[in-house]
Design a protein around this ligand. Structure first.
Ligand SMILES: Cc1cc2nc3c(=O)[nH]c(=O)nc-3n(C[C@H](O)[C@H](O)[C@H](O)COP(=O)(O)O)c2cc1C
Length: 189
């Protein structure tokens, strides 16, 4: 299968998740292109059998570069199998209010972009204190305190469940079928 993964990241965890997804899909025999959403100008989605988009929540919104890509490509994305890896810290817990918030943010993203993902997986992200400036480190420490999470501000703390992500990717790709003939992919006959 020919697959594309388009991601946006602020502190790096979604890039790590997108790379992991690319490695997993490649290891299971697929051809994978991994792109930062900021670097997708002119991308022809018709070359691919499926697309994975990945972005993370920051103050209730996903990255603008991902929203721009999804908006620009909404028509093409609607014609192909898609998976949205929606990264957040809310997904690390079981708080019903947090999960209601995730559903609300997703609905806003869908309304804003005009793209409805074929499948959505909420993926737990990370505290990346190594990437935060003073203010963000302070804000994230407060959030951790409110959630009763023990964090060492000198250390990153990852919640991503890599084994669950493998199951998600394998399950999603198993349901795909090639939609583009090799001749079209390769260009000239
Ligand atoms: C400033 C800031 C705001 C955040 N806002 C939210 C939020 O509104 N909801 C949430 O669930 N997680 C929130 N998070 C957690 C991030 O989604 C999480 O850290 C994720 O791993 C970030 O991915 P990235 O490293 O790819 O940017 C926030 C994190 C930061 C640093």
């Amino acid at each position: 299968m020919y697959l594309v993964i388009v991601y946006a990241t602020t502190d790096g965890q979604t890039r790590k998740i997108a790379r992991f997804a690319a490695d997993r899909l490649a290891a299971t025999g697929h051809s994978v292109e991994l792109l930062d959403a900021q670097d997708t100008e002119g991308l022809d989605l018709a070359r691919f059998d499926g697309a994975v988009l990945a972005g993370s929540l920051h103050a209730g919104g996903y990255q603008k570069s991902l929203a721009r890509f999804a908006t620009d490509q909404a028509a093409a994305l609607a014609l192909m199998p898609t998976l949205f890896l929606a990264v957040s810290l809310s997904a690390a817990g079981n708080d019903p209010d947090d999960w209601a918030g995730l559903r609300r943010c997703l609905a806003e993203f869908e309304a804003d972009t005009g793209w409805t993902p074929g499948r959505v997986e909420h993926v737990a992200g990370a505290f990346r204190f190594s990437e935060y400036d003073f203010f963000r480190a302070w804000a994230m420490r407060r959030i951790a305190d409110q959630k009763g999470e023990q964090v060492d501000p000198g250390k990153d703390k990852e919640y991503t469940d890599w084994a669950a992500l493998v199951l998600t990717l394998d399950g999603w790709v198993a349901g795909l079928s090639p939609r583009v003939s090799p001749r079209v992919k390769g260009g000239a006959a």
